[in-house]
Design a protein around this ligand. Structure first.
Ligand code: NI
Length: 174
């Protein structure tokens, strides 16, 4: 396992469509382990492989509350196969858009098909915050960020702020 550097926006790699994996083998499990370690260290509740520069369809999530036992879920080739008509709104953030938050509306529950850590094909009903989180991470596999779901005015405001933060960080390092 290893801590992986997280790519922050704006970055072209975050806009790419990731490719499916064949099987969850030891190499993919190793990526999943490192992604979980990176996510917990950040700390965050979800991470997609493109955020660490790996353009394969792999995501990890853990929405357990602080102070309770961890409940990591690793998903390869995740696909939303059904969505509820009901929607819910959560304030979302993203490890690739540090310190930026916005309310995003998504289906309240979803059924997701994926390959798990053992390479088994699973179908799981998800609801509430877990459903939101998994939809947010699947978006990353399609080059979509949560800011793509908000008004273009708010989006350009957030992205301008991020560009500024990135520039001043680069100056600080120079
Ligand atoms: Ni994100």
């Amino acid at each position: 396992m290893a801590l992986l550097p997280i790519i922050t926006a704006p970055d072209r790699r975050l806009k790419k469509v990731a490719i499916p994996i064949e099987d969850v083998d030891d190499e993919v499990r190793c990526l999943m382990d490192s992604m979980l370690e990176t996510m917990y260290a950040a700390p965050g509740v979800g991470l997609a492989a493109p955020q660490v520069g790996d353009l394969r369809r792999v995501i990890v999530v853990d929405v357990a509350r602080a102070g309770t036992d961890p409940t990591p879920i690793c998903l390869a080739n995740p696909e939303v196969i059904a969505t509820s008509d009901d929607v819910s709104v959560f304030e979302e953030g993203c490890l690739s858009l540090p310190e930026q938050f916005a309310n995003v509306k998504r289906p309240k529950s979803v059924c997701v098909r994926y390959r798990d850590y053992e390479n088994k094909i699973c179908e799981q009903e998800m609801d509430g915050f877990l459903a939101t989180c998994v939809q947010h991470e699947i978006d990353h596999l399609n080059g979509v960020l949560f800011v793509d779901h908000i008004s273009s005015l708010k989006r350009s405001m957030l992205l301008r702020k991020l560009t500024k933060i990135k520039k001043s960080a680069a100056h600080a390092r120079a």
